[in-house]
Design a protein. Structure first.
Length: 247
């Protein structure tokens, strides 16, 4: 969604912005090949009833409301029911950031201005001065979202939010009692492991392993499983905590 244009609707003020995704996919992409000959596998949309491959223009969307019974929709009909927030980020409220639990957060974007804009600068200052975040609604790639806008290092950070019905938090079981000694040891372990958050130190060990394995395979080497140390299993909580402090 890089360089996608939109506009923040702040009352009657219109603030042109550009979406800039701040997360990129770091996963290594694999193709599926035929084991026998090594050729690429291709996917075709096939109709079992007509026994033939179907072209994209001949496909419509359907919702199965009963077994084998569908109501169908054309692209035009689906467009007609879209919420009227396309190309607009409409502010609906300002709330304390602490009221929005982080598990509502989905994807984040930086909203920048392509040129000097008094309205953009003013809105940033409003977010800083009010010490609140803006709740807005918008449509991205035909999907409707509520989102959160906040000040972040001279720019506006927009995070799309999950809906309440999408959140699934299990019930908390009854609390088990622990001893004062166990709490003291656990707090010592926290202190023992205390540090500062340095994102550059946290590497994707799995993806790095895949990249190394690819180079090994290119050079004709086979991939063997790395031995991993097994952690000792201890049933006694105090002993487990004490041994943890020795590591």
């Amino acid at each position: 969604m890089a360089n996608t244009h939109s506009a923040i609707s702040f009352g009657l003020v219109n603030i042109p912005v550009v979406y800039n995704p701040i997360i990129k996919n770091n996963d290594t992409s694999f193709n599926q090949l035929h084991k026998k000959c090594g050729s690429r596998i291709h996917y075709q949309k096939y109709c079992d009833h007509c026994k033939k491959v179907v072209r994209e223009p001949d496909i419509i969307k359907g919702y199965e409301y009963e077994k084998g019974e569908y109501v169908t929709f054309t692209k035009e009909e689906l467009t007609n029911i879209q919420v009227g927030t396309k190309d607009t980020i409409e502010i609906i409220a300002f709330v304390p950031e602490t009221e929005v639990e982080t598990y509502y957060y989905e994807k984040s974007y930086i909203l920048t201005s392509e040129k000097k804009s008094k309205a953009y600068s003013l809105f940033i200052e409003v977010l800083k001065k009010s010490k609140k975040v803006a709740i807005a609604k918008t449509t991205m790639s035909s999907k409707f979202y509520y989102c959160l806008l906040k000040y972040r290092e001279g720019n506006i950070l927009m995070t799309t939010l999950y809906f309440e019905e999408e959140i699934n938090i299990p019930e908390t079981p009854n609390e088990a009692k622990f001893t004062k000694k166990e709490l003291e040891l656990a707090m010592q372990l926290v202190e023992h492991l205390s540090s500062h958050f340095k994102p550059s130190e946290y590497k994707d060990e799995y993806q790095n392993g895949i990249k190394e394995a690819i180079e090994e395979k290119i050079e004709g080497h086979s991939i063997t499983k790395k031995k991993q140390k097994k952690k000792p299993s201890m049933k006694d909580l105090v002993t487990s905590l004490q041994k943890s402090l020795e590591v």
